[in-house]
Design a protein around this ligand. Structure first.
Ligand code: NI
Length: 211
C-alpha cells in the first residue's frame, strides 16, 4: 500500500493550479493507486493530486466503496440542478460545512489507461466530482460555504431537526437559484427514481455508472 501524506489547509500547494497530464505513464498509474489507498485509508470519498502534493490534474472518487473512478484531466461538460448539503474535505480534517452545488454533472476525463470516458453523476457523486475538480484549480470548499465550519463531533451530536433547520436556512439563501433550477431538479429527481426502481427490480439501469 502506498499511503501518501495528505496536505492540510494552510499548505500553499493546495492553492496552486495543477497542470494537465501529458501522457498516462506507469508513474501516473502508481500515483493513482496510491491516491486510492490514501483516500480509503482516510475514509474519504474523493482525493485530488494536489492534496498529496502533486500538481497534476488527477482526481480519484469512490462514493460507495464499489465504484472507483480515476479522472485524469477532467473537464466539466455540463451541470444542472442544485443541491444543498454538508460537505467535508480530507485537507480540512474533522470539519464540515454546508455547500450548495449543482445536483447533476457530466464530466469528460481520461481513465488510468489513458482512455477518454464520460461520467455523469447526481447527488453525492456530483458533489464529489465538483469538489475534487475544484482542488485542481486551488479552490477549497471552505471558500464557498453557506454557513460556518462545524466540528464533525458537533455535527454528529445534532438532531435531524437541527440539521434540517440549518440546511433550510442555506436553501433560503439560494431561493432565486432554486427557482431558476426547479425544472432541472424535477428532472433529476425523476431520473433518480427511475434508477432506484431499476435497481430494485434488478434490471440493468442503463445509467451513467460505466467505466
Ligand atoms: Ni477536498
Amino acid at each position: 500500500m502506498g499511503i501518501r501524506n495528505i496536505r492540510t489547509e494552510g499548505d500553499e500547494i493546495l492553492r496552486k493550479k495543477s497542470k494537465p497530464v501529458k501522457n498516462v505513464s506507469i508513474r501516473t498509474r502508481m500515483l493513482i493507486r496510491d491516491m486510492f489507498d490514501t483516500m480509503y485509508e482516510a475514509d474519504g470519498v474523493g482525493l485530488a493530486a494536489p492534496q498529496v502534493g502533486i500538481l497534476r490534474r488527477i482526481v480519484v472518487i469512490d462514493c460507495d466503496g464499489e465504484h472507483p473512478y480515476a479522472l485524469i484531466n477532467p473537464e466539466i461538460l455540463e451541470t444542472r440542478g442544485l443541491q444543498t448539503g454538508y460537505e467535508g474535505c480530507l485537507s480540512v480534517p474533522g470539519k464540515s460545512a454546508i455547500v450548495t452545488r449543482p445536483d447533476y454533472v457530466k464530466v469528460k476525463a481520461l481513465d488510468e489507461n489513458g482512455e477518454e470516458y464520460i461520467l455523469e453523476g447526481t447527488e453525492l457523486l456530483a458533489r464529489a466530482i465538483l469538489h475534487e475538480t475544484e482542488h485542481l484549480d486551488g479552490i477549497l470548499y471552505v471558500d464557498k460555504t453557506d454557513g460556518p465550519l462545524v466540528d464533525n463531533a458537533e455535527l454528529a451530536g445534532m438532531t435531524e431537526d437541527q440539521k434540517e433547520d440549518a440546511l433550510e436556512k442555506a436553501v433560503e439563501l439560494h431561493e432565486a437559484d432554486y427557482e431558476a433550477h426547479a425544472a432541472e431538479n424535477e428532472e433529476i429527481e425523476k431520473m433518480e427514481e427511475a434508477e432506484t426502481e431499476n435497481e430494485e427490480s434488478g434490471k440493468p439501469d442503463g445509467s451513467s455508472e460505466q467505466n
